[in-house]
Design a protein around this ligand. Structure first.
Ligand code: 9MR
Length: 392
C-alpha cells in the first residue's frame, strides 16, 4: 500500500495508470488547475523510485483539498522561504503547487536589498513578490532589522567616523520607509526586528551594535517607522528558541513594554528551527499561550526539523527511523498549531531538502533533511503527516 491520501479525496496505489483518467476528468469536470498540477506532480513521482498514482476522484470528492495550501488554506497560511534564483526551477513549481505564502530567504534583508546608502537591489525581492502575486500567494517580509546583515555603511558617517545615534535612526527610517513603502499592499506582514532578545542580558536585549549606538529605543523606532510606511501591514517581533523559558519570559517582558508604550506590535514570530528530538511540544504550547494571553498573533516563521541532535552528528537511530520520527513530530506540531486560534501562519525555511541552510558550512555533515520534500522534491513522511494533521 502507498501512503493514505484519503485526505485528498483520492485513493493512492503504487501505480500511475490513472493519470490519463485525471487528465480526461479535468477536461470534462472543470477540475481546478491546481488539482491538475498536483495530480501531474504526484504522478511524475512514479517515474522515480517511489511511485504513487492517483485514482479517479469520486464526483463528490473532486473539490477536496489536494495540496497543503488547499488543505490548510481556510485556517492557516502555509508558506516557504525561497531565493529568487529558485523560482524558475523545481522549487518554484512545488512552491506554487503546495504553498499559499512565501518569504524571501535572503532577498529582503537590509544588506541584500540596500547594499549602499543610495543603492537598492530590488531585483530578487521584486521577482519573489511578482511570483507570489502571479500565483495569488501571500508574502511575509523578512526582515527590516537584524544584528546580522545590517550593511556596514549604516554605522559610518560621510567623514568616515562612527555614525551618530540620530544618523543611524534616520537611516533606519529611510530604509524602512523605502522597503515597506515599495511593497505596501503586497507584503502583508513584516518581521520588523529579528533576534533582538538575549536572556543573558539584564534588560533581555542583545548587546549588539544597535544597542550600543542607539540604545533600546531602536526597536520601538523600527515598529513605528514600519507602521507609518504601511499602516495595514501586520508587524512582528521574530526570534528563535522562543520555547526556552528564560528566552520566552524575556520576549514577553520586551513585548509588554512595547505594548505599554503604544508601539504597534501585532504578533510574535517563532522561527522554530528545531529537531526531531527537541524541544517538547508542551514547551512550545506554553510559549504560544504566553503571547496569545497578551492578545498577540502567533506565527511560525522559519520551521524546520533537523534529523540531528544539536551538534551531535552520530545518530543512534537509522535514517528511516528518523524520517518516521520527523513525520510524527510534524504531525504533532501541526495539531498544536491548529489548536491555537491566534496562530495564523506556518512558514517552512525552505521548500525541499536539496536547499536548506542546515547543510551550509564546514562544521555540518551536509546531509540533513529537515523539510517536507526530499532532495528530489518528493513528499516525505513529514509531508503526509503534516497533511493528515488537518483531518484529525
Ligand atoms: O537561510 C539563511 C541563509 O541563507 C543566510 O546565509 C543566513 C544569513 O543571512 O540567514 C539564513 O536565514 C536565517 C534567517 O534569516 C533568520 N533566522 C535564522 C535563519 C537561518 O540561519
Amino acid at each position: 500500500m502507498g501512503p493514505d491520501l484519503s485526505v485528498l479525496g483520492f485513493s493512492v496505489k503504487h501505480s500511475c495508470s490513472a493519470m490519463s483518467g485525471i487528465t480526461s476528468m479535468k477536461k470534462s469536470s472543470g477540475m481546478t488547475s491546481r488539482l491538475h498540477r498536483v495530480a501531474v506532480f504526484f504522478c511524475a513521482l512514479c517515474i522515480g523510485q517511489t511511485s504513487y498514482a492517483v485514482d479517479k476522484p469520486q464526483p463528490s470528492q473532486a473539490a477536496a483539498p489536494v495540496s497543503l495550501a488547499d488543505a490548510f488554506g481556510g485556517r492557516l497560511k502555509i508558506g516557504a522561504a525561497i531565493e529568487a534564483s529558485q523560482l524558475s526551477g523545481a522549487h518554484g513549481v512545488l512552491l506554487a503547487q503546495q504553498f499559499n505564502s512565501v518569504v524571501a530567504e535572503n532577498a529582503m534583508k537590509p544588506a541584500d536589498i540596500h547594499p549602499g546608502e543610495n543603492t537598492y537591489n530590488f531585483g530578487p525581492a521584486d521577482a519573489i513578490v511578482d511570483f507570489a502575486q502571479h500565483h495569488h500567494m501571500a508574502v511575509r517580509g523578512h526582515t527590516l532589522l537584524w544584528h546580522k546583515r545590517t550593511p556596514d555603511w549604516f554605522w559610518i558617517d560621510k567623514d568616515g567616523q562612527p555614525a551618530s545615534r540620530e544618523l543611524v535612526l534616520e537611516r533606519l527610517r529611510q530604509h524602512i520607509n523605502t522597503v515597506v513603502g515599495r511593497y505596501k499592499g503586497k507584503v502583508y506582514a513584516w518581521d520588523v526586528v529579528n533576534e533582538v532578545i538575549d536572556a543573558s542580558q539584564p534588560n533581555c536585549l542583545r548587546n549588539d551594535k544597535w544597542m550600543q549606538v542607539v540604545g533600546p529605543g531602536y526597536i520601538a523606532a523600527a515598529f513605528r517607522d514600519a507602521h507609518a510606511a504601511d499602516p495595514s501591514a501586520r508587524l512582528f517581533i521574530n526570534d528563535y528558541s522562543t520555547h526556552e523559558p528564560a528566552k520566552r519570559d524575556c520576549l514577553v517582558r520586551v513585548v509588554k513594554g512595547l505594548l505599554d508604550d503604544g508601539v504597534p506590535v501585532q504578533g510574535v514570530g517563532h522561527q522554530m528551527h528545531i529537531s526531531i528530538y527537541w524541544p517538547s511540544i508542551a514547551s512550545i504550547d506554553q510559549s504560544l499561550k504566553a503571547f496569545a494571553q497578551l492578545g498577540l498573533e502567533n506565527q511560525i516563521t522559519e520551521l524546520d526539523l533537523s534529523l540531528y541532535q544539536h551538534k551531535d552528528y552520530w545518530p543512534a537511530l537509522s535514517l528511516q527511523q528518523r524520517l518516521a520520527l520527523q513525520g510524527q513530530r510534524y504531525g504533532a506540531l501541526m495539531r498544536l498549531f491548529l489548536a491555537h486560534r491566534e496562530l495564523t501562519a506556518v512558514t517552512w525555511w525552505g521548500v525541499a531538502d536539496d536547499h536548506t541552510w542546515l547543510n551550509v558550512g564546514n562544521d555540518v555533515p551536509g546531509d540533513d533533511q529537515p523539510l517536507l520534500f526530499d532532495r528530489s522534491q518528493r513528499p516525505k513522511p513529514a509531508y503526509w503527516e503534516t497533511l493528515h494533521s488537518r483531518s484529525q
